[in-house]
Design a protein around this ligand. Structure first.
Ligand SMILES: CC(C)(COP(=O)(O)OP(=O)(O)OC[C@H]1O[C@@H](n2cnc3c(N)ncnc32)[C@H](O)[C@@H]1OP(=O)(O)O)[C@@H](O)C(=O)NCCC(=O)NCCS
Length: 381
């Protein structure tokens, strides 16, 4: 059973402002072994229309007394003590990301109440489902989600190309360029376009006349089913691939497919214009089908790209791999040694946004407003 928060002061949630920068960076710069992407996401997230960047501050306790942190120090009025973003991946799918609570106030229900505010924003934006992703080992994040009905929906591993077998894949490479950097992203997108045009020229891009056949194959595919029909459109987010979106990708030459007489078929989606995200890798948003044609397809993309590429596969035992990991290893692809969990909860009349642990524990200082979804492809005719 979860302990109820005992914090004697209300959490006040408002939209982040440029002048919150220093206060947020003071607790959101070194979260993971001295590293965090929030400093690079900050300038983009402050204004990006597909989401809202929220900060939480400490309101006054009863009798106007200032809030006190876990070390016994006063917390200044209006000072951010937590940050989080709510984004709309499509008109009905909300995505929670970037939650960080200042260590000086952790363990007091700040994230729990902040999450109520996030769900209020998601509901106002029209979400019928809310998801987020976290590392399999992030117990606090899993417990936080569980407080408001989130359950693990799917588990993925990131497979990356390596010139030599990695001894210990995992840790973050400090030197990795950030896809929040416009120049880095533009360069990566040029590489994506080059790859798609090259492979399209070799007849490896699905044609619009074949879209229905490939959609049928995809929806009957075991790997797609294990991925719960999810697809990465923006780095490190997962959303439902609808038929309309699939056709949209086909029309843009972004669906690569290959069929071999003896080995069957494989399909991979590579978007032309990656949306701003920390990760600027050339990454397939979705892969499906059989191992051999996929290995050939991925090898061709890697050669055309002239740089490492990566893709997500459901874990464990993705049907595509068919327990023959060494066939992908031979092409230079190895999975990271940890899984990404995608958690999900519905948001509808039967599953309304929760309320804070007590009526005066949470104040929404800004009224939630609609957001502009990242992908808004109308349903196909
Ligand atoms: C995760 C985080 C946001 C939680 O913030 P918080 O304000 O301390 O959380 P709360 O006090 O509201 O607690 C929420 C739940 O997490 C649990 N929890 C909090 N810290 C924990 C920890 N270090 N280990 C295990 N569980 C923890 C709480 O016990 C509670 O669960 P319960 O009700 O089942 O007991 C905070 O620890 C943080 O900023 N961590 C670093 C960033 C991060 O991991 N973000 C999530 C990435 S997806």
């Amino acid at each position: 059973l979860s302990a109820e928060p005992t914090r004697p002061w209300p959490l006040v949630v408002r939209v982040a402002r440029p002048d919150d920068h220093d206060a947020v960076m003071a607790f959101a710069t070194t979260t993971w072994d001295g590293w965090d992407y929030i400093p690079r996401a900050w300038p983009h997230w402050l204004t990006a229309p597909d989401g809202v960047l929220l900060v939480a501050t400490a309101g006054r306790a009863h009798g106007g007394r200032p809030a006190i942190d876990t070390d016994g120090n006063e917390i200044r009025d209006d000072l951010p003590i937590a940050v989080a973003r709510v984004a709309m991946l499509s008109p009905t799918e909300a995505w929670l990301e970037g939650i960080r609570v200042d260590p000086r106030v952790r363990g007091q229900g700040v994230a729990t109440d902040f999450q109520v505010a996030e769900l209020d924003w998601a509901a106002a934006a029209g979400a019928t489902v809310v998801r987020y992703a976290t590392g399999e080992r992030n117990e606090a994040s899993h417990r936080l989600g569980a407080r408001h009905g989130f359950e693990v929906l799917a588990e993925f591993r990131l497979w990356q190309w390596h010139a030599a077998p990695p001894d210990e894949a995992g840790g973050h490479d400090e030197e990795e360029p950030s896809g929040f950097d416009d120049a880095v992203r533009a360069e990566a997108n040029r590489a994506r376009a080059r790859v798609l045009d090259l492979l399209g020229g070799e007849g490896l891009a699905c044609r619009s006349s074949e879209a229905a056949t490939w959609w049928q194959r995809l929806t009957a595919d075991g790997t797609f089913e294990r991925a719960h029909g999810l697809c990465e459109q923006r780095g490190w987010t997962m959303q439902q691939l609808t038929r309309a979106m699939f056709e949209h990708h086909v029309a843009r030459g972004e669906v690569l497919c290959r069929e071999d007489a003896s080995d069957g078929w494989s399909l991979a989606i590579l978007t032309r214009d990656a949306a701003p995200a920390e990760d600027a890798d050339l990454k397939f948003g979705l892969v499906a089908g059989r191992l051999e044609p996929f290995a050939r397809l991925a090898g061709a993309v890697r050669l055309a790209a002239g740089r490492p590429i990566s893709f997500w596969l459901p874990h464990p035992d993705p049907p595509l791999v068919d327990r023959r990991d060494e066939a992908l290893n031979q092409e230079g692809f190895y999975p990271r040694p940890w899984s990404l969990h995608v958690l999900s909860r519905p948001l509808d009349a039967h599953n309304p946004p929760p309320t804070a642990h007590s009526p005066d524990a949470l104040v929404l200082a800004d009224e939630p407003v609609p957001l502009q979804p990242l992908v808004d492809v109308p349903p196909s005719a």
